[in-house]
Every structure is written in structure tokens, then in C-alpha cells.
Design a protein around this ligand. Structure first.
Ligand code: COA
Ligand code: AMP
Length: 641
């Protein structure tokens, strides 16, 4: 029998398609509800219907309390592994059993209630990769507060934009984050953000890390450990607050096509059901096993698969504060997998490209006992076939690409290991997951034949777990996702399907670029460049990078009469992007040019510039205003790359 015949995938997918309510009602049996749904799916609610309408639930209960009650109290729930906390020495490892994690969460939730935080209030987390961040996320879920985690690599202005949109009652932060060779001071960034923001919170709870303490502002800032210790001593403990399945669990901001990020809303009920379903059926992991997702809690991958998915499922989850290389070497991942007996690991292809460069023959891999390790999952950017092939050859386990977005919260297309793995085709994340009807369409929303590139869309309704809307912006949500292809959700990715239904995701159709698995808007970067007083016009595009997949490159046209040295201005705009957007943008290349190539209607020919920069074949666009400009761009790029 072929692998394909052994897989239950086709049968399960067909059931979810023909009887979605029955399928998801069955999946919902794995969740502990306070009150069951009145309707599994209510098409009359929300922008395209809502899952588990009328159900009452608590996400934290499902992630912690029920496991403690069911005999997992002494099982390790969370392992924090931080090579960055002890450079040059053994990694610092801290573990929490389910009972210990629950106690921390109950206590912090009570502290939050003392600050007046209640159901529906927003709480911003601007935190490094420390266990306290997980405790804070779960404490929010426990009392029905809506968390919004902001990635630590974003600058003060980005944090301020998110604070203004979410209007938090409380902010959790820390004195510092750790990056190789440097300590990132979070507190000055938070202080700056709160100066820029108009919607300041009543209070900030700050974790003082031993590597770098910070000053606290009297009356506003409170010391996390002091509050936690006092609440523990007083045996304070907050019970779970019942919320509707359709109430928001969190808001996660993601890059939109302008500089203003979109607040993706995640609900409680659909999210619980979808993540629980995915842990075994997609990832093949069983409760009690050790799972590792090497992302950051600031990204959706970290939300779903460092925190919620594994804990809802009753597995042990690892939170890693380190890098694939340099902490201390290219064997860091294999050390973690061997030491903690990880069965499945999820990371981004960029990490593997970095390892492959340092350890092309996999010498580090052979130093460790990886006998427990079964599967490697990749997502966050296109898994390029050479990287996948290298990983397969070195690790000798299945390497499974899967494709999803902040908006969906879990895999749209993947290879369901738990249902029985389908044959891998390099370059394809495989097939649509149950509940997702993925089509490739043309501009008129007409499905295209197999093999033809088009826009990738998902037929509405989206399955449980996906965004119901953008935070307090229904209209923007419709505009961004639902209006262009009526009846569908627009993914803004382009690709094609083959004869076997395998989907190939080739790239974005908007201005989003993917830098080391991080989603960034070139439009947002252009806004920053354009704010420089000497810049008349600019264009930012993603150019190929052997490690990060893509990196941004900015072309600048200076204002008439500017006599300053172009190189100096280029340095200033590089610094400006780091200051305004953050180091994560990896914006290091700005090039001054005389003119930007445009069509006769004034559109900048970004696609052609990208091809030139990447050394790909290109043709002169028929609509170009002045062909000579492209020659100028070509020589400018050649001289700098
Ligand atoms: N706080 C502050 N700064 C941060 C940060 C954080 N949480 N995370 C990253 N940065 C900084 C880095 O220090 C770096 O700054 P630098 O320009 O001073 O060097 C910059 O942001 C870019 O960081 P990063 O994208 O991590 O690149 P890198 O060059 O340090 O490392 C890789 C490259 C490939 C090793 C790294 O990107 C990686 O491990 N990627 C995996 C990605 C991943 O898991 N993505 C999740 C989606 S699934
Ligand atoms: P994010 O919302 O940050 O998770 O980024 C989502 C985007 O990353 C998608 O829209 C894709 O462009 C890209 N992406 C994520 N996973 C994959 C994958 N497996 N293959 C191709 N692109 C991917």
C-alpha cells in the first residue's frame, strides 16, 4: 500500500467539507466547555458567521486546570531553555510542571484583578522570551482579559501604534531582552512608546531581569516579582472567568499594506478546537510528549505553538531563548532536541539556511542522540527545496512544510502526520487542511485549472480558529480580506495547485516581504524613508538573501537642491528604520538614485527592479515612462551589491 492510501486524510477532509458542523462538533468534544454551543456554526453572526455560538468556556482552564485535575499535575508543562542567559556556559533551564504553572497563573491573574483588570479589558505584553510572558498570557485568558503581545524586536513607535489601537488597561514588560552579544533594554523603549501613545495604561508591571535592571517610574511602574511574591504569600488565586466562545482571547498585530498594522482578533472557542485538533492530526504529537516550536511569542506561530496548542493538548512545550547558530554553535537545535527528548520541532526555513551555512555536512547533528525525534515542521516563509532536501538528508526524519498566516492562526495547507503522512513534494506545503477550501482564482474570482498561477483564496466560511474580524475595524477587515473575491477570504499569497491537489505557495501579491520568517510591510518602510527631510521619493523592495530569504532594499531620490553627501543620507535612513520600525526589519541597504523607474501612469516598477536586483531575467515593460531609468538603476544596484 502507498503512503497515500494509508492516510486517512482524504476521508477526513471530505467529511469536513460535506458536514462541517458535524466535523467540528466532534472535534469540540476534546474541549471542556462550561456550556455547550447553541449552534456549532451560526451563519448569521459576524462577518461570515461564527463558530460555537453561545458556548461558554475558558481557554486557561483548558490549557492548565483540566490537565492538573486529570493527573498531569507533575508532568512538565513548560521548559524554558536559555543559552543567552549564560553565554559561554551551559544553557539556563527552568521547568514548570502543570501544577506549578497553574499556580503562577492563578497568582498573576489575581494581581491583575487587583489592578482592576476585568473581562474584555486589553493588556499589552512587550516581553522577551521568558516564562513570565507565558504566565501573563494565560493569566489574561484566565480572567477573560484580551492580551496583545508585541514582538520585542519592534521599536517604540510600533509599540505606541499598537497601544493606541488596543487601549490597554495594563502593560506587562521587562527590563531587558537578550540578543547575542548585546542586551536589549526594553524599558526605555516602553517609556518612549508611552510618551508617543495617547492611550496610556493605568499601570505597567515590569520584570527586572538580572542581566540589566531598569528604573521604575513611581506611581506607574510596579515590580513584577514583588507583586507576585506578595500575592503568593497571601495565597491569592483568581478562578477562571467564563467567557463566550466568540469573545476575543487576543489581538495580534500584523503588517498590513500600509504602515498601520492590522489587529487580528482570535476568539476563544474556535481557537481551542482548531489548535487541539491540529496537535495530533497535523503534527502527530500525543499528550505527554515533548514538543518544541522555535519561534518567538511575539508572532502567531509562538502564540499557537509555543503557548496555546501544546498546553491545550497536554504536551510539554519548550520556550527557547537563543538562536540556531552562535548560541553557542550550529548544534544548538540538536542539543535542545536531545536534552529534552523532543519528538517534533517546528521552525522557519531561515534557521535551517543559517545552520546549513555553518555546518554544511551536519557534523554537529551527529554529536547528539536524536533517537526520539520524529518530525521537523517548517513554516513562516516558502521552504525552498534545497533547504528541505538538506534537512531530510541530515536528519533522516520527514521534513514537513506547512503554510499559514497570522490571520488563520493554524495551518491552512499542510501534511497531516497524525492522519497519515502524504508523500512530500518539495516546494509544496502539501494539501488543504480540513475546513479550508483553498482555490486558485483569477482577477474575476474564477477558479483556474491545475498548474496555473493565480491568487490563493479560501472559500468562506473560514474554519474555527481563523480571524472573525480586525480589532474594532469590521470595515477594514472586509476591505482587506473579503471584498475583492466575493465569497472568499483573500490570502494575498499567489500560487498554484497541481493535479493531485497539492498547493504551491510562491509569494505575496501585496507589498509584504518575508525577512527571516518575519512579515514586514515595504509600504511601512517607505513611509519612514519618506519622512526624512532630504528624501523626495522612495521605493522599498524585498531582494533575495541566502539566509533570510528576503531583505529590504530602499531606493531614494533626493529632493532638488540637496547638496549633502548621498552616502550620509543613506546611513541616516538606515538608522531611521531601525529607530522607528525596529532591528527586526534588517533594513541595511539604501541606495540613492536620480529617478525611480515608473510606468506612464506613475506606478513604480518594483517587480522589475526586484528582478534586476536578484539577477533574474527581465524584460523592458511596455508601459515604462523612460527606459533609460532602468539602466541607471541596474548600474546603481550593481555597484552596491
Ligand atoms: N528583541 C530585540 N531585538 C531583536 C529581537 C527581539 N526579540 N529579535 C531579533 N532582534 C534583532 C536582532 O538582534 C537583530 O539585530 P541586529 O541587526 O542588531 O543584528 C535583528 O533584530 C534581526 O534579527 P533576526 O531576524 O533574528 O536575525 P539575525 O541575523 O539575528 O538571525 C536567523 C538570523 C536566521 C538566525 C534568525 O532570524 C532566526 O533564527 N530565525 C528564525 C525565525 C523564526 O523562528 N521565525 C518565526 C516564524 S515561524
Ligand atoms: P505571518 O502572518 O507572519 O505568519 O506570515 C504569513 C505569510 O508568510 C504568508 O502569507 C506567506 O506569504 C508566508 N508563508 C508562511 N508560511 C509559508 C510557507 N510554508 N510557504 C510559503 N509561504 C509561507
Amino acid at each position: 500500500m502507498s503512503i497515500q492510501e494509508k492516510s486517512r486524510y482524504r476521508e477526513v477532509y471530505a467529511r469536513a467539507l460535506s458536514d462541517p458542523d458535524g466535523f467540528w462538533a466532534d472535534a469540540a468534544r476534546d474541549i471542556d466547555w462550561i456550556e455547550p454551543a447553541k449552534k456549532t456554526f451560526d451563519p448569521a453572526m459576524g462577518l461570515y458567521g461564527r463558530w460555537f455560538a453561545g458556548a461558554v468556556v475558558n481557554t486557561c482552564y483548558n490549557a492548565l486546570d483540566r490537565h492538573v485535575a486529570a493527573g498531569r499535575a507533575d508532568q512538565v508543562a513548560l521548559i524554558h531553555d536559555s543559552p543567552l542567559a549564560n553565554p559561554g556556559g551551559p544553557s539556563v533551564i527552568t521547568t514548570f510542571t502543570y501544577a506549578e504553572l497553574l499556580k503562577e497563573v492563578q497568582t498573576l491573574a489575581a494581581v491583575m484583578q487587583d489592578f482592576g483588570v476585568a473581562k474584555g479589558d486589553r493588556v499589552v505584553l512587550y516581553m522577551p522570551m521568558v516564562p513570565e510572558a507565558v504566565v501573563a498570557m494565560l493569566a489574561c485568558a484566565r480572567i477573560g482579559a484580551v492580551h496583545s503581545v508585541v514582538f520585542g524586536g519592534f521599536a517604540a513607535k510600533e509599540l505606541a501604534t499598537r497601544i493606541d489601537d488596543a487601549k490597554p488597561k495594563l502593560i506587562f514588560s521587562a527590563s531587558c531582552g537578550l540578543e547575542p552579544g548585546r542586551i536589549v533594554q526594553y524599558k526605555p523603549l516602553l517609556d518612549e512608546a508611552l510618551k508617543l501613545a495617547t492611550a496610556g495604561p493605568g499601570a505597567c508591571i515590569i520584570l527586572q531581569r538580572p542581566q540589566q535592571r531598569c528604573d521604575l517610574i513611581a506611581g506607574r511602574d510596579h515590580d513584577w516579582t514583588t507583586l507576585r511574591d506578595a500575592a503568593m504569600a497571601a495565597k491569592k488565586s483568581a478562578p477562571c472567568v467564563p467567557v463566550l466562545a466568540t469573545d476575543p482571547l487576543y489581538i495580534l498585530y500584523t503588517s498590513g499594506t500600509t504602515g498601520v498594522p492590522k489587529g487580528v482578533v482570535r476568539d476563544n472557542g474556535g481557537h481551542l478546537v482548531a489548535l487541539k485538533w491540529s496537535m495530533f492530526n497535523l503534527y502527530g504529537v500525543k499528550p505527554g510528549e515533548v514538543w518544541w516550536c522555535g519561534s518567538d511569542i511575539g508572532w502567531v506561530v509562538g502564540h499557537s505553538y509555543i503557548v496555546y496548542g501544546p498546553l491545550i493538548h497536554g504536551t510539554t512545550t519548550i520556550m527557547y531563548e537563543g538562536k540556531p547558530i552562535g548560541t553557542p554553535d550550529a548544534g544548538a537545535f540538536w542539543r535542545v532536541i536531545a536534552q529534552h527528548k523532543v519528538v517534533a520541532f517546528f521552525t522557519a526555513p531561515t534557521a535551517f539556511r543559517a545552520i546549513k551555512k555553518e555546518d554544511p555536512d551536519g557534523a554537529f547533528i551527529r554529536k547528539y542522540d536524536l533517537s526520539e525525534f520524529r518530525t521537523l515542521f517548517l513554516a513562516g516563509e516558502r521552504a525552498d527545496p534545497p533547504t528541505v532536501e538538506w534537512a531530510e538528508k541530515q536528519l533522516k526524519v520527514p521534513v514537513i512544510d506547512h503554510w499559514w498566516q497570522t490571520e488563520t492562526g493554524w495551518g491552512i495547507v499542510g501534511n497531516p502526520v497524525g492522519l497519515g503522512q502524504l508523500p512530500v513534494k518539495h516546494g509544496s506545503p502539501t494539501v488543504a487542511m480540513p475546513g479550508y477550501q483553498v482555490d486558485i482564482v483569477d482577477e474575476a474570482a474564477k477558479p483556474l485549472p491545475a498548474g496555473t498561477m493565480g491568487s490563493i483564496v479560501i472559500k468562506l466560511p473560514l474554519p474555527p480558529g481563523c480571524l472573525p474580524t480586525l480589532w474594532q475595524q469590521d470595515e477594514r477587515c472586509k476591505e482587506a480580506y473579503f471584498n475583492e473575491f466575493p465569497g472568499y477570504y483573500k490570502t494575498s499569497d499567489a500560487g498554484y495547485k497541481d493535479e493531485d491537489g497539492y498547493i504551491f505557495v510562491m509569494g505575496r501579491t501585496d507589498d509584504i516581504i518575508n525577512v527571516a520568517g518575519h512579515r514586514l510591510s515595504t509600504g511601512g518602510m517607505e513611509e519612514i524613508l519618506a519622512s526624512h527631510p532630504d528624501v523626495a521619493e522612495c521605493a522599498v523592495l524585498g531582494i533575495s538573501d541566502t539566509i533570510k530569504g528576503e531583505v529590504p532594499c530602499g531606493l531614494l531620490v533626493l529632493k532638488a537642491g540637496v547638496t549633502r553627501d548621498g552616502a550620509e543620507i543613506e546611513k541616516e535612513v538606515v538608522a531611521l528604520v531601525r529607530e522607528k520600525l525596529g532591528p527586526v526589519a534588517a533594513f541595511k541597504l539604501a541606495i540613492t538614485v536620480n529617478r525611480l523607474p515608473k510606468t506612464r501612469s506613475g506606478k513604480i516598477l518594483r517587480g522589475t527592479i526586484k528582478k534586476i536586483a536578484d539577477g533574474e531575467a527581465w524584460t523592458m515593460p511596455a508601459t515604462i515612462e523612460d527606459p533609460k531609468v532602468l539602466d541607471e538603476i541596474q548600474s546603481a544596484l550593481k555597484s552596491r551589491m
